[in-house]
Design a protein around this ligand. Structure first.
Ligand SMILES: N[C@@H](CCC[C@H](N)C(=O)O)C(=O)O
Length: 280
């Protein structure tokens, strides 16, 4: 039997189990089967992924490393909402100074977090992440329930296929992973379906690699905003451009800056904490 501290948090209902392990002495190399058991929504706590909170072992500006795992126990390079929830935890615990930008180490390099105070436009504090410079790659396609859709290949540190649809219902139940081109995505892919809602305003559903359909995906929202900006013919030199992306669990705002960086912003909260004795 093992006892350890844990928390549950979410960002626009992309939910995570957090495992504080500052010195890497509690969980060490997380076993995939343990992660999958924690994330199971019937036999475990239930979550889209696990965030192990550990001190970075590399010299550099980031004291904390987000050790992210998908619900099936697999490792992904990056999780945008994960960084936001991770940053919420660091702030709530007083582990960082939120008055200035905070670097967080991830497998996709350092992401810089800014805590944006609540305002008349936004009633709660927002956590904004500089996601670096995502890459718009080639064209691909995805097939869902027998229908084929063109998809834009976007790399946000992790792989995405973005398909524009007339109606989000076209994505079907998403209980089954859509088909994709394994030659383009040899390590699997996150697949977003996007419906236009208005000028610089879209809505999406996502089937995440290693987790199935989730209620939000930060990197997916960035991929969608970039693909939409490209389709809208937005000139990268015209300055900062912000897209509103509605997800099943809320709303995210993605700003593509004139320097090519994408900033992902939205709320994140910790909703429970405790000590667990894992009997599984
Ligand atoms: N929900 C995440 C993405 C998590 C990783 C993804 N499932 C993958 O395997 O690449 C986000 O908010 O970005």
């Amino acid at each position: 039997m093992t006892s350890f501290a844990w928390l549950k948090g979410h960002g626009t209902e992309n939910d995570f189990v957090l495992l504080p392990d500052p010195d890497g002495t509690v969980h060490g190399a997380l076993a995939p089967a343990f992660v999958a058991a924690l994330c199971d929504r019937r036999r475990g706590i239930g979550a889209d992924g696990v965030l192990r909170v550990v001190r970075s072992t590399h010299d550099g500006p980031a004291e904390w490393f987000m050790d992210y795992r998908n619900a099936d126990g697999s490792i992904a390079e990056m999780c945008g909402n994960g960084v936001r929830v991770f940053a919420r935890y660091l702030a709530d615990e007083g582990l960082v100074d939120t008055s200035s930008p905070v670097p967080v180490a991830t497998r996709d390099g350092i992401k810089v977090v800014t805590y944006v105070p609540a305002s008349s436009d936004e009633p709660v504090e927002t956590i904004a992440i500089d996601m670096g410079v995502p890459a718009l790659l080639g064209e691909s396609k995805v097939v869902v329930e027998g229908r084929s859709y063109a998809a834009r290949h976007v790399d946000v540190g992790n792989p995405h296929a973005v398909a524009f649809v007339d109606d989000l219902a076209d994505a079907g139940t998403l209980l089954v992973e859509p088909q994709y081109d394994a030659e383009v995505y040899p390590a699997g892919v996150n697949i977003e379906f996007v419906e236009r809602r208005g000028p610089r305003h879209v809505a999406m559903r996502v089937h995440e690699r290693g987790a199935g359909e989730t209620r939000s995906c930060g990197t997916g929202s960035v991929a969608v905003a970039l693909a939409a900006a490209e389709a809208d013919g937005v000139d990268p030199s015209e300055g900062d451009v912000t897209y509103r992306v509605d997800v099943l669990g809320g709303t995210l705002h993605i700003t593509r800056r004139a320097d090519g960086h994408a900033v992902l912003a939205g709320p994140a909260e910790i909703i429970a904490r405790g000590d667990m004795t894992w009997l599984g």
